[in-house]
Design a protein around this ligand. Structure first.
Ligand SMILES: [Zn+2]
Length: 96
């Protein structure tokens, strides 16, 4: 069901826009566009990282033109790996 939210602590069904859980009084994480954008960015990085992780070994065996060069793949993999870990650090910091 769309718009249905559940308490992270006790899994009770919450009304949309509720700030506090009626069952266990846990603070409900506010939905703001910043967070969803952050989550979307995290997903994009994750997908790209997986793509590069697949492409890198392929770049070694496939002829040029089919995949980006091995060097580009390795650079992309490193950049995405760094981006991914920094996003994860940001996400962990937000939870506190
Ligand atoms: Zn609750």
């Amino acid at each position: 069901m769309e718009g249905m939210e559940h308490c992270l602590s006790c899994n009770s069904t919450l009304k949309t826009g509720e700030k506090e859980c009626w069952a266990c009084s846990a603070v409900v994480a506010e939905k703001n566009p910043k967070t969803s954008l952050h989550a979307r960015f995290q997903t994009v990085i994750k997908v790209l990282f997986i793509m590069f992780a697949v492409l890198t070994p392929l770049a070694l065996v496939l002829p040029d033109g089919y995949v980006p060069s091995f060097k580009k793949c390795v650079v992309g993999l490193i950049v995405l790996g760094l981006a991914r870990s920094s996003i994860q650090t940001m996400t962990e910091t937000r939870k506190e």
